[in-house]
Design a protein around this ligand. Sequence first.
Ligand SMILES: C[S@@+](CC[C@H](N)C(=O)[O-])C[C@H]1O[C@@H](n2cnc3c(N)ncnc32)[C@H](O)[C@@H]1O
Length: 204
Amino acid sequence: MNNQRNRFVYRLWAPVYDAVLGRLFQQGRRRAMEQLGLKAGERLCLVGVGTGADLLHLPKGVNGIGVDLSEAMLDRAKKKLPIEGCDIELRVGDAQALPLDDRAFDAVILNLILSVVPDPALCMSEAIRVLRPGGRIVIFDKFLPDGTEPTWGRRLANLVSTRLGTDLNRRLGDILSGFPCEVARDEPSILGGMYRVVLIRQIP
Ligand SMILES: C[S@@+](CC[C@H](N)C(=O)[O-])C[C@H]1O[C@@H](n2cnc3c(N)ncnc32)[C@H](O)[C@@H]1O
């Protein structure tokens, strides 16, 4: 996975992303939003905001910025604005070098992005950098269970899925290793628990 390929792949995905994947991911998105427990007045960063599917689940009174590498995906997200009762800005940017200030957000959403960016640990490091002390991160994504190796079937499937813009074989434990954060909740989600919804708190 690299940024040039991701720009290309997600330009192709943009026109059909919501129609093809919208229903599949809806339950996980809802649960992620519940776990994050946003309150009116909080500042939210949506990293790899894509077509903005998460924006439709925001509670009123939240202000936020969505960042994505793909202008084509962001164009789709723009069509969902304005979100009633929320103030949302969209920016082109790299999740591995967010164009955002340190400690500027109460919460970060990392839905379906850690399996996509070239360097997920760098993406996590950036999410933690922009979070205020004690802030929280929610992740809805698929991961290889920690401490396991992919089966041959999963390795083969990954050859296809990486070409479609996502990696099946990343472990969340590896990505979080060494960062000042704790897993507050970790729940199995869709596709028999292959996808998970994970709430993380930054340790001040
Ligand atoms: C699978 S989509 C998920 C979009 C959205 N988060 C969602 O839940 O539907 C992955 C998104 O990551 C974006 N992306 C890929 N590489 C990126 C990077 N380096 N920085 C920011 N966004 C990136 C893609 O353009 C795409 O919009």
